[in-house]
Ligand binder design. Sequence first.
Ligand SMILES: NC(=O)c1ccc[n+]([C@@H]2O[C@H](COP(=O)([O-])OP(=O)(O)OC[C@H]3O[C@@H](n4cnc5c(N)ncnc54)[C@H](OP(=O)(O)O)[C@@H]3O)[C@@H](O)[C@H]2O)c1
Length: 326
Amino acid sequence: MKAIQVSTGGGAEVLKLANIDSPKPGYHELLIEVKAAGINRSDVMVREKPDTYGGSKGETIVPGLEVAGIVKEVGDKITSYKVGDEVCALLTQGGYAEEVVVNEKLTMPVPGGLSFTEAASLPEVVFTVWFNVFQQAKIEKGEKLLIHGGTSGIGIMGLQMAKAMGMPTYSTAGTDEKVRFLTDLGVDNAINYKKEDFSEIFKNENIDVILDMVGGDYTRKNLDILAKNGRLCYINGMKGLKPEINLWTIMSKNLILTGSLLKPQSIEVKAKIAREVVQKIWPLLEDKSIEPVIHKTFPLAEAADAHRLMESSDHIGKIVLVMEKN
Ligand SMILES: NC(=O)c1ccc[n+]([C@@H]2O[C@H](COP(=O)([O-])OP(=O)(O)OC[C@H]3O[C@@H](n4cnc5c(N)ncnc54)[C@H](OP(=O)(O)O)[C@@H]3O)[C@@H](O)[C@H]2O)c1
């Protein structure tokens, strides 16, 4: 089968198309014939430093955290899926390939009415938002949610999930075009952070929960604009991981500062997320309250160009690889 491999870290050019052996499913695994594979920002980090972020220890790896496709083979202990089922799945690696094996517990049906490309864009972002905003920050209906980087894959999905579940939404993005997109998407209050200071604009809004991937000087500002009992969740720190904060702000407002990395979580933690999102979010995808936003698709062989687009930050929504066999 064809797959994209990384053997040494570096720029997009280190993503190489190769012919490798098909994987074999274990007892609790499915072999999926991949139709589409989502690209995520963390794939760029894995490509740049596979030893640090990909756990490769010098070995060649196939990146890719999410796929959609058709079940081709099932392990001996599988009872809930059969050959021919249309599924999507969360992976820890291996998605940029024509076939992949995945644990049954991290596999979900393709939501009714969605294409493979749309379904492949879901697992990493839906799981990340659910884990952080809903399970950890325990957001409630009516509470206000701010997501920075609103037009990222995470941002577009998280803002739609929150809106569909009754939360007023706030966001920041880096161009006027991105802000217009967010407003059209139904975000209640979106601003261009390059023109306006979000901590000034949102200072009287009493935001309850913030999902942040920026870090750095945003951290103090995030704490400043949170309401009493507010929660600040970190999923990255693109502008810096070691910010200076004022602990008094946390103490005086009973704030909670949290964060997580999805990939190293146990199968049990991820399986709980999978069950909850199929129950709560899949119906909202099926009735179109939430719609996947695909910015562009690339053939598997052009994974390097897909990474270059992601690194440009010109995209709005998800970038997805599609297999040539389609
Ligand atoms: N912790 C976890 O488990 C986890 C899981 C999934 C994703 N993540 C993180 O979540 C973030 C979004 O992921 P994604 O795949 O959805 O990314 P994405 O689609 O590539 O979007 C990232 C967006 O962030 C903004 N950005 C880039 N560099 C920035 C900087 N230095 N300062 C401020 N904004 C910047 C850009 O939009 P603008 O033009 O608006 O600046 C860009 O479009 C990434 O940082 C990723 O690592 C974490």
